[in-house]
Design a protein around this ligand. Structure first.
Ligand code: NAI
Ligand code: 3PY
Length: 322
């Protein structure tokens, strides 16, 4: 009997392909840093039993409908807004993802962005590199205090809670907004549930950690920025689409908020002429929230395991249920 066929949309380390090859025929896009073109992915999906993908692959209804024997779409990510989950479910195709394993790593990066934006670290680095460091000056590159500031978290899920936990180490006053109250987190972290307006109006740091859905599309828009303090710093490591980037640009440019730390953008990758990059008060990173070596390896292993589980006829450990 022929083995099932799995297609990987990026070059993966040997241990991952070996793990899969023990049970499957493996096809792979051989580039690690360049996504597979959509038409090739669609073609591969027609005959694949499993797809190993990531955040940059758009897997839409057309591709899913054209798949003849697909059993699982396993993404090496917790976010799955790039996959038409409904279309997959209609064909009894599992969508598997990697919650939990990347929580702490992503929270570390989120807090790093918060600190870098508050204390103007990229601007400081530029000053030295551009040979612009003059004498010590009393108000040169003065930023915003982190300790005892108010941290507002929108989307108090796994990563939101892990960011809040880091905030407790800085004696921050933590408020949050979430679809449902998180009583256990409130007790453990001293966090307080507030409505969205109060969060926006009173937080020193506004941090978005929701998934990207129809409901959260441009959740942070002009009206939201208008409500924020002019000293507020906005942090986004969720997905670019949760924020109206034009409204963010205007808020930063006009001084309606003080700064922003961004790991995600509406259309990734952005290029150097993206308007937000022209602003000194933006700290921008190329979607590296979960990018520690250990975590990325765990995410890849988990994704391979989900595929093997589905192909054995088992339910993968972490499937998307909507
Ligand atoms: N920058 C990066 O590299 C990474 C980004 N992410 C992003 O972070 C997101 C969150 O991940 P987790 O914390 O693991 O997910 P999660 O599901 O544990 O948490 C999301 C929270 O947002 C809440 N929520 C959903 N819609 C909301 C709304 N309209 N208003 C308020 N709250 C809402 C949910 O109730 C939940 O508590 C992912 O979906 C992904 O998009 C995740 C990992 C790495
Ligand atoms: O897991 C995710 O959702 C990411 O964005 C990459 O880790």
């Amino acid at each position: 009997m022929s083995k099932p066929y799995v297609y990987l949309t990026r070059k993966m380390p040997q241990n991952i392909t070996d793990q899969l090859a023990a049970a499957c025929d493996v096809g792979m896009w051989e580039k690690a840093e360049e996504p597979v073109p959509q038409h090739i992915l669609k073609e591969e999906m027609k005959t694949a039993d499993a797809v190993f993908c990531n955040v940059s692959d758009v897997i839409d209804k057309d591709m899913i409908d054209a798949a003849e024997q697909l059993k699982v779409i396993a993404t090496m990510a917790v976010g799955y807004n790039n996959i038409d989950v409904k279309a997959a479910q209609e064909k009894n195709i599992y969508v598997a993802h990697t919650p939990g394993v990347l929580t702490e790593t992503t929270a570390d990066l989120t807090f790093a962005l918060l600190m870098a934006s508050a204390r103007r670290i990229p601007e400081g680095i530029d000053v030295i590199k551009n040979n612009e460091w003059g004498a010590w000056a009393p108000f040169f590159l003065t930023g915003q205090d982190i300790y005892q500031a108010r941290l507002g978290i929108i989307g108090m899920g796994r990563i939101g809670e892990a960011v809040a936990k880091r905030g407790t180490g800085f004696d921050m006053d933590i408020v949050y907004h979430n679809r449902t109250p998180k009583k256990e987190a409130e007790q453990r972290l001293g966090a307080r549930l507030v409505d969205m307006d109060e969060l926006l109006q009173t937080s020193d740091f506004v941090c978005v950690m929701t998934p990207y859905t129809k409901e959260t599309h441009h959740l942070i828009d002009k009206q939201a920025f208008d409500k924020m303090k002019s000293s507020a710093i906005f942090i986004n490591t969720s997905r670019g689409g949760t924020v109206d980037e034009e409204a963010l640009y205007n808020a930063l440019k006009n001084g309606d908020i003080r700064g922003a730390g961004l790991d995600v953008f509406e259309n990734e990758p952005i290029s150097a002429d993206h308007p937000l990059l022209s602003l000194p008060n933006v700290t921008a990173l190329p979607h590296i929230g979960s990018a520690s070596e250990t975590t990325r390896k765990k995410m890849a292993e988990m994704t391979a395991n989900h595929i093997l589980q589905a192909l054995r006829g088992e339910t993968p450990d972490y499937i998307v249920k909507e």
